[in-house]
Design a protein. Structure first.
Length: 132
């Protein structure tokens, strides 16, 4: 079995720097030549490193959020939609949920759909302009 590479203080700083600029845990682990699970286990054993890593990831997330906001208020329609769907999802989501009383129909009875071109002969004769 191969020896596990040691995570040194210099490697911890590389991880923190990578997370700060947007890398995920897998990318940061790859950067220092350890497995993702190895880096995650290290952070469990070293809670202060985990706190620093979480803070670094928040810095990257905040930077993206700020850029998204600037893009949205600058007129980027896609950014506007994305922002609103995430910040006001109840009002802006594409899918709406209907809720009713449990075990009761959402609508109060049968629905009859009538198409204009599906009139029976009696109705067709009564309409002006129709040959019947």
């Amino acid at each position: 079995m191969a020896a596990h590479p040691k995570i040194t203080p210099d490697k911890v700083e590389q991880v923190i720097a990578a997370l700060r600029i947007g890398a995920d845990i897998a990318g940061a682990a790859h950067l220092i030549s350890v497995s993702t699970s190895g880096l995650e286990r290290y952070m469990v054993r070293h809670p202060l490193v985990k706190v620093r890593a979480d803070e670094a990831r928040k810095i990257a997330d905040d930077r993206v959020q700020s850029a998204l906001y600037k893009s949205a208020v600058g007129g980027n329609v896609t950014a506007m939609i994305f922002w609103l769907k995430n910040r006001q999802s109840a009002e802006w989501r594409d899918r709406r949920e209907l809720a009713g009383v449990p075990d009761a129909p959402l609508l109060p009875g049968p629905i009859r759909v009538v198409f204009d071109d599906a009139l029976d002969e009696d109705e067709a004769q009564d309409e002006p302009g129709r040959d019947g």
